[in-house]
Design a binder for this molecule. Structure first.
Ligand code: ADP
Ligand code: MG
Length: 684
């Protein structure tokens, strides 16, 4: 193996796990290999393909990726060809001939190729020595790059079942990996996860009470100039922070030109500090980023590690700091809610679109979610209706297109149709001709309104087009209403969406919601964890690390978090207040969210008797709001209080919290504000 490595690639040695993968592939095992980008996945399958007689088949999703790989192989003198829609037919044929006659070791194809019967036939006749699915996360609906073509391969191509298939991806989500095995119809595929360790990254988490705290931390950190990326979760926040600290920013809502300028600044400046949303980072290679600060809590550890991992590519010590504040969790929960609309909403939206199509206007009616929203009781927000439409689109139920105004519109009459027919029948004016014929047309078809182009009205009425237009104008608002269509987006049902019942795997969507919830919960666990931060993340990814620890995070080393603010233990008075909060929460467990719980503790006026009549109402009237908030956040941070998993973000006691509330065990609280007298309650 090593000989082959030297001979074909000129490399001295294998990287971590490459040798293991090559060996197992050569032994005939089917593997799902997960390594981060740049770790050297291609070699893991290219080497076995070279060492075996015949050629290897690589399925790759992007034409540009394919071309890069083929060029790189050819540059090493290893014969490779690719076949995709961008290659002229004559060249495609030449490529297949070269494969069939053994002149080529690698054939790269796009997933769409499997729809071509002659290609499937070719594969059956000239079998590859190994089939590789590169960027395999594209088969999974859970991933961001879902490609239906990728998924279809396995139902379209029988012969693949008889071949050795391996999958490669950099995506670390366990749910996606499981889905890859399911989609490839190879549940027994073994997994190799490797290469995620980054010993030069100092991970740390800084608990913050809220915006003020976070801004103070940022200010402190920025005093030391270093190439820094500061991630926020929204465009607005990115612009706000940039304004406050006089920094440059980057997000997807900017013009191409402005984004290019921000990128150039980040790549070329000696010591750039850039505030950015998660839109920034793909394909940006700056090796000496010394610090990645997350101003907001990310929605998943995969996303966090990918963004944080943009620090220290040169191998030198770098800091990855996450500012953890409780309100960010609520934002993430809100986003989760938004992106996982309830099944009733999907069913309702589907029904709405079917009704629209049944009325004959589905294919030309603009998609106006703000008008649809009020008609769907299951929708909590406009954003959720839009998310539901995106899900139906992804599942192939609807298709979104953009239409330009074509002069078409809808016509409805202001009187009863039979009456109009009677009144206008036999009257030889242009107006009566139009009214009588169109009313009769609608009546015969049992329609309330007519939709289409005025040219069709000319056909129905026997008038000329210019006459139709004049008549419509004349009768507008009196006998009839003519409403021209506007240009805009259109949602139309696909053939798959034409069924009376919504043909969607609802349990699958429920599973996706649970997966999203678990991912978010894991971010919270990460923030609270008492073991090596990096070990926590990569063992979640599935990499076998034994007792390895990074030795430099804020838990197991001296990471940046240690120097900033580790908090202080609560005073006995604060401990008592903490217990009183837990006791109050125990009595109303699961009824209120944070705002209302605080209002109840403080005894604020409220219309709801549920709040004011409760025994715990006003239980901490004497404490100031800041003080209560600080204690509540600390109780959440330290795992005494959690946010319920139901429909609303209500506060609940955790197991630990219940024990403490019942007086078992000490309350361990660390607070961020300086110790002293708790502030007095504000006067209103
Ligand atoms: P991935 O697909 O995992 O993102 P690639 O397969 O494209 O990564 O490899 C990334 C780079 O690492 C390539 O330039 C490749 O030539 C190089 N590389 C891979 N394996 C080795 C090795 N054993 N020794 C030196 N360089 C390697
Ligand atoms: Mg690759």
């Amino acid at each position: 193996m090593k000989d082959a490595l030297n001979r074909y690639f000129g490399f001295v040695d294998f990287r971590e796990s490459q040798a293991e993968v090559v060996e197992r592939v050569l032994e005939g095992e089917e593997l799902c290999v997960i390594m981060p980008t740049g770790a050297g996945k291609s070699l893991c399958y290219q080497l076995p393909m070279l060492m075996r007689p015949g050629y290897g088949l690589v399925i790759s999703p992007l034409i540009s990726l394919m071309k890069d790989q083929v060029d790189a192989l050819n540059a090493r003198g290893l014969a490779a060809v690719c076949v995709n829609s961008a290659i002229p037919p004559a060249e495609q044929e030449a490529a297949f001939r070269a494969v069939a006659t053994g002149q080529v070791k690698f054939l790269y194809v796009a997933p769409e190729r499997f729809q071509v019967p002659s290609f499937r036939h070719f594969l059956d006749g000239v079998r590859p020595n190994l089939v590789v699915v590169d960027e395999a996360h594209c088969v999974s609906q859970w991933g961001h790059d879902f490609r239906p073509d990728y998924q279809m391969i396995w139902s379209q191509c029988e012969v693949l079942r008889q071949m050795q298939v391996c999958a490669f991806t950099a995506t670390a989500t366990p749910a996606v990996r499981e889905d890859i095995r399911t989609q490839l119809r190879r549940p027994a595929m073994a997994e190799v996860v490797s290469g995620f360790k980054r010993p030069n990254l100092e991970l740390s988490v800084l608990p913050c009470r809220g915006k003020k705290d976070k801004q103070a931390v940022v200010e402190r950190l920025l005093r030391e100039p270093q190439p820094t990326l500061l991630y926020t979760s929204s465009r607005k926040e990115a612009e706000g922070l940039a304004g406050q600290f006089d920094l440059q920013y980057y997000h997807a809502g900017m013009t191409d030109q402005a984004r290019k300028a921000a990128q150039d600044y980040f790549i070329r400046d000696a010591c750039p500090v850039l505030v950015a949303t998660n839109a920034f980072g793909m394909g940006i290679d700056r090796a000496d980023v010394r610090r990645v600060i997350h101003y907001n809590m990310p929605g998943s550890l995969e996303a966090y590690y990918q963004e944080a991992g943009r620090a220290g590519r040169d191998g030198a010590r770098s800091q990855c700091i996450l500012l953890d504040s409780y309100p960010d969790l609520l934002i993430q929960q809100y986003l989760l809610e938004l992106n996982n609309p309830p099944p009733e909403l999907l069913v309702g939206l589907h029904r709405h679109l079917r009704l629209q199509e049944a009325r004959g206007d589905g294919s030309t009616c603009a998609w106006q979610p703000e008008l649809v929203w009020p008609t769907l009781p299951a929708a909590k927000s406009l954003g959720q209706v839009q998310a539901a439409a995106r899900i139906l689109e992804r599942l192939g139920i609807v298709q979104r297109t953009y239409v330009r105004a074509s002069g078409s519109g809808r016509l409805s009459f202001r009187g009863r149709l039979d009456k109009l027919c009677r009144e206008h029948a036999g009257v030889q004016t242009q107006r009566s001709l139009l009214v009588a014929t169109v009313a009769a047309y609608l009546q015969a078809r049992d329609l309330q309104e007519w939709h289409g182009h005025p040219g069709e009205l000319a056909d129905i009425s026997g008038l000329r087009l210019d006459q139709v237009r004049r008549v419509l104008d004349y009768l507008q608002g009196d006998v009839l209403d003519w409403l021209p269509d506007e240009s805009g987006e259109v949602l139309a049902l696909t053939p798959a969406g034409q069924t009376p019942e919504l043909n969607v795997d609802l349990p699958d969507l429920a599973r996706k919601r649970r997966v999203d919830e678990q991912r978010l919960e894991l971010v919270r666990e990460y923030c609270r964890c008492h073991t090596c931060r990096q070990a926590f993340i990569i063992s979640y990814f599935g990499e076998k690390i034994g007792s390895w620890s990074c030795g430099c995070c804020d838990v197991c080393g001296s990471g940046a978090g240690k120097h900033v603010d580790a908090g202080r233990p609560a005073t006995p008075a604060e401990q008592r207040d903490g217990l009183r909060i837990l006791a109050a929460l125990e009595s109303i467990d699961g009824q209120f969210g944070r705002r209302r719980f605080l209002a109840m503790l403080m005894g604020l006026e409220d219309e709801s008797p549920v709040l004011t009549a409760h025994p715990a109402y006003g239980a901490m009237r004497k404490s100031g709001e800041r003080h209560l908030e600080e204690l509540l956040d600390a109780l959440c941070r330290q795992g005494y209080i959690q946010v319920g998993k139901g429909q609303y973000p209500v506060l609940e006691l955790s197991g630990r919290g219940s024990k403490a509330a019942q007086g078992h065990g000490e309350l361990e609280l660390s607070l961020l504000s300086p110790a002293g007298k708790p502030p007095r309650r504000k006067k209103f």
